[in-house]
Design a protein around this ligand. Sequence first.
Ligand code: TMP
Length: 209
Amino acid sequence: MAFIVFEGLDHSGKSTLIQSVSKELKKRGKEFVITREPGGTDLGEKIRETVLNPYDNPISPETEILLISASRRDHIEKVIIPSLEAGKWVICDRFWPSTSAFQGAGRGLPAEQVKWLNHFTVPQDITPDLWILLDMPVSEKEKRSQMQGHSSDRFEMQDRSFHQRVREHYLFLAENDKTSWFILNALLSPEELTSQVIEELSKRKWLNS
Ligand code: TMP
């Protein structure tokens, strides 16, 4: 059993990779839950809608981080802890590094306050076993977002420098804790990315039954 979090810029391919990795886990008879933030619970999904919707009333970065943290706490209590206690793998699309990257580095909220709030929100013993960062240049995010052509949420519509700060912050976190983070080149094919993740899980001896 392992608690694995996927992080990266929007359009980095997290959802596709999560689906293909979980297929591999299923083949190996592993029990898992796939979940996401903001979201993952009824309350969390309502918060997600509000936080991502650019047509709602504008909200300040302070309100934004509090809403996202509330969603996270509810998610931890109702999904993450019960699943881990039941012996299931938890595969989570984003966790607190997204808050440091988007609300801290991106929105410019003071790093110390963001860190404090993350500590307040996440119980000390709820620590993922592995963070997987899908890294790519911001120009690739822009290209993919144009190709997909769907309407932007409140983060996607931020300018290039916002996303550049987000990317740099992720790399800073990952490079400072190489045993817990696994950095992937998001430009690789989905098949290659899946096999690199499976190889990493197997290196960590998590796939042995
Ligand atoms: P995604 O589900 O497509 O990854 O989109 C979720 C968006 O929410 C993404 O743009 C990043 C943003 N987000 C934050 O700004 N802070 C957070 O803590 C989390 C979890 C997500």
